[in-house]
Ligand binder design. Structure first.
Ligand SMILES: Cc1cc2nc3c(=O)[nH]c(=O)nc-3n(C[C@H](O)[C@H](O)[C@H](O)COP(=O)(O)OP(=O)(O)OC[C@H]3O[C@@H](n4cnc5c(N)ncnc54)[C@H](O)[C@@H]3O)c2cc1C
Length: 381
């Protein structure tokens, strides 16, 4: 009998997995705790990379749909220091390499591709093992940062990384043209010493502003208090906070240890943030979708043997994601280091030469980890 797959979580990973399984004629059900596709706003935009997120969409047969929704110009990036001096402005030479797509658009694309009734909305899974007694042969935890399925496999709870504040400027080209011009068609990074600020375009003319204000000692101030945290910064930059139409929404970011594993289970596995929660520097959704695609192909290949599919998938996934998680930690540490602006400009200049990965020696990671608040998850030697 072909494997029946229960997927816990309807984020990018869970929906990609369901779609590719269904494309191959396999049965998949997605259990999602949110009550409906519109239960909450989905958050900002994602850049999908050719070898991971885009590859997964290709295996899902959704490349054309993705191209219709993606914003290639969103790749453009500007880096400024706290005085507002532009250190780097990069417009991609070949637009289309890592285009941006709004999360809501990506979710709709994936949902529309599934057969009716695939997603069971409003179902929070508390006991993933119970799904195995309900006729499913394979349970996949695609349930994100605070995964209930992970608890069954290794009990690891993620470490707190940072607290960030999010705000938004609606219809920015019309309401604040000078700020819209500063941000450009993609994103703007303001990098200070242990503090930064990111402004990023979304579809519909909105600019999402994410602030990393440094250690707040547990406080979550309103807009005025947040601006006060950036008192050393140019008013041209804090104007991005000022122009927002809402009060900051505070969000705790977490990570799991680099190279996290679990004892293999014959019928349960994890994909995406449940398997490897990384700092948000542009890899999480991409790796999540690639996990999902490769697990789907392994299930198709080992159609009646879920444990063989899990073994094939996990071996590759652990090997692939550990260096990505390490690099993400390093980039995150660098963004919040005292020399963030200079180091990040170097990073951008070197990346096209393919040198960056070579630079990430253990020594540099260890040095950067000094700026990481918990230091956990980094290799000890
Ligand atoms: C501020 C920020 C910016 C980011 N920017 C980027 C970026 O630019 N590029 C990038 O690649 N990544 C980015 N990421 C990371 C990216 O958002 C995640 O890696 C990605 O969403 C992971 O997908 P997922 O499907 O594994 O999990 P999620 O997207 O978290 O989806 C999990 C789903 O499971 C559901 N769920 C949870 N528990 C249960 C349960 N018990 N029962 C049923 N359902 C459940 C949730 O409701 C949710 O719908 C960013 C993250 C943050 C926080």
């Amino acid at each position: 009998m072909p494997t029946r797959v229960a997927i816990v979580g309807g984020g990018p990973a869970g929906l990609t997995l369901a779609r590719i399984l269904q494309r191959h004629g396999l049965e998949a059900a997605v259990f999602e705790r949110e009550d409906s596709p519109d239960a909450r706003t989905q958050g900002g935009s994602l850049d999908l990379h050719p070898r991971s997120g885009q590859r997964a969409l290709d295996l899902a047969g959704l490349t054309e749909g993705f191209r219709a929704l993606a914003r290639p110009e969103g790749e453009a990036v500007t880096i400024v220091d706290p005085s507002g001096t532009v250190l780097l402005r990069r417009t991609p030479r070949r637009p289309g390499g890592r285009p941006e797509i709004d999360r809501s658009a990506l979710r709709a694309l994936l949902l529309d591709s599934l057969t009716d009734g695939t997603v069971r909305w409003g179902v929070r899974i508390g006991d993933p093992e119970a799904l195995l007694t309900e006729g499913f042969d394979l349970v996949v935890g695609a349930d994100g940062a605070r995964s209930a399925v992970r608890r069954v496999l290794n009990g690891v709870e993620p470490d707190r990384l940072h607290t960030v504040a999010e705000l938004g400027i609606p219809d920015a080209d019309r309401t604040h043209p000078e700020l819209a011009a500063l941000v450009g068609p993609g994103s703007l990074w303001g990098l200070g010493s242990n503090q930064n600020l990111n402004a990023k375009r979304e579809g519909g003319g909105r600019i999402r502003v994410t602030c990393w204000p440094g250690d707040l000692g547990g406080a979550t101030p309103g807009k005025r208090g947040l601006i006060a945290r950036y008192s050393q910064w140019s008013p041209r930059l804090t104007a991005l906070i000022e122009a927002a139409d809402d009060e900051p929404v505070w969000r705790e970011l977490h990570t799991t240890p680099v190279g996290m594993r679990w004892t293999r289970h014959p019928s349960i596995t994890l994909v995406g943030d449940a398997a490897h929660l990384m700092p948000p520097v542009g890899e999480g959704a991409n790796q999540a979708m690639l996990d999902a695609a490769l697990l789907a192909l392994a299930v198709v290949e080992h159609e009646a043997d879920p444990s063989a599919a899990i073994a094939a998938y996990e071996d590759e996934m652990f090997r692939r994601t550990k260096p990505v998680a390490l690099e993400s930690r390093w980039i995150q540490s660098l963004f919040l280091s005292p020399t963030a602006a200079r180091d990040t400009v170097d990073l951008f200049r070197l990346r096209p030469l393919g040198v960056v990965r070579a630079l990430i020696s253990r020594r540099r990671v260890a040095r950067a980890s000094r700026y990481h608040p918990t230091g956990s998850g980094l290799p000890s030697s």
